[in-house]
Design a protein around this ligand. Structure first.
Ligand SMILES: Nc1ncnc2c1ncn2[C@@H]1O[C@H](COP(=O)(O)OP(=O)(O)O)[C@@H](O)[C@H]1O
Ligand SMILES: [Mg+2]
Length: 192
């Protein structure tokens, strides 16, 4: 099954700058794909279109073989979890727990289920011991792990990480490798 499909996708910003031109790609269920390109190549613009934060100005994007045109950004983001390059762009709650629980509460998930999902996601992403901390008291790398725990807790089918290793030193990169390996393992377990 195709998870993500871009068909002749282009994106032009309101100022007229065409950041993405005629991109087509297919990512199948269970595949792990890295998009590599120099600064300004259009990677962020492309992945933001995958979860509906931006909409293609030309072409079409299919998630789980459904055209995203027919769905709201809120609906798409339940399927496609997007982790921003800079955690500061998405963290705003007073504790790590509330941060991970936020979307679950918004989606009216019961508190008991929320506690289970938050704890499991925090464990997987190495932030369980910081659940009662303010995310801004944590170092950059852990703040980034919190943003990953958010999408893990939301059980998204598709996980998009924007520049996951930017700003991490070598030691932290090893932590990253472990986390990514766990994430990939987890996704494999979820596959039918
Ligand atoms: N809001 C915007 N308005 C106009 N141009 C933008 C905007 N955001 C990004 N761009 C331009 O679009 C191009 C692609 O940016 P981006 O997708 O962020 O690339 P990457 O993630 O590969 O570094 C760059 O030239 C960037 O300057
Ligand atoms: Mg980028």
């Amino acid at each position: 099954m195709k998870s993500v499909e871009l068909v002749n996708v282009s994106f032009t910003y309101p100022n007229g700058f065409k950041a993405v031109e005629n991109v087509s790609m297919v990512i199948n269920k269970g595949e792990n794909v890295a998009i590599i390109g120099q600064n300004g190549a259009g990677k962020t613009t492309t992945v933001k279109m995958m979860n509906g934060l931006l909409r293609p100005t030309e072409g079409a994007i299919f998630i789980n073989e459904e055209n995203t045109k027919s769905f709201t950004t809120a609906q798409i983001s339940k399927k496609v979890g997007y982790v921003f390059q800079n955690p500061g762009d998405q963290l705003f709650n007073k504790t790590v727990y509330d941060e991970i629980a936020f979307a679950l509460r918004a989606n009216k998930v019961g508190e008991k289920e929320i506690e289970k999902r938050v704890t499991e996601a925090a464990e997987l992403c190495h932030v369980r011991e910081f659940l009662d901390h303010n995310p801004y008291d944590l170092p950059f790398s852990l703040r980034k792990f919190v943003t990953i725990a958010i999408v893990v807790a939301n059980n998204c089918d598709i996980l998009v990480l924007d520049e996951p290793t930017a700003g991490q030193d070598l030691l932290e990169k090893n932590g990253w490798r472990k986390l990514l390996k766990n994430l990939i393992q987890m996704v494999k377990l979820l596959l039918p």
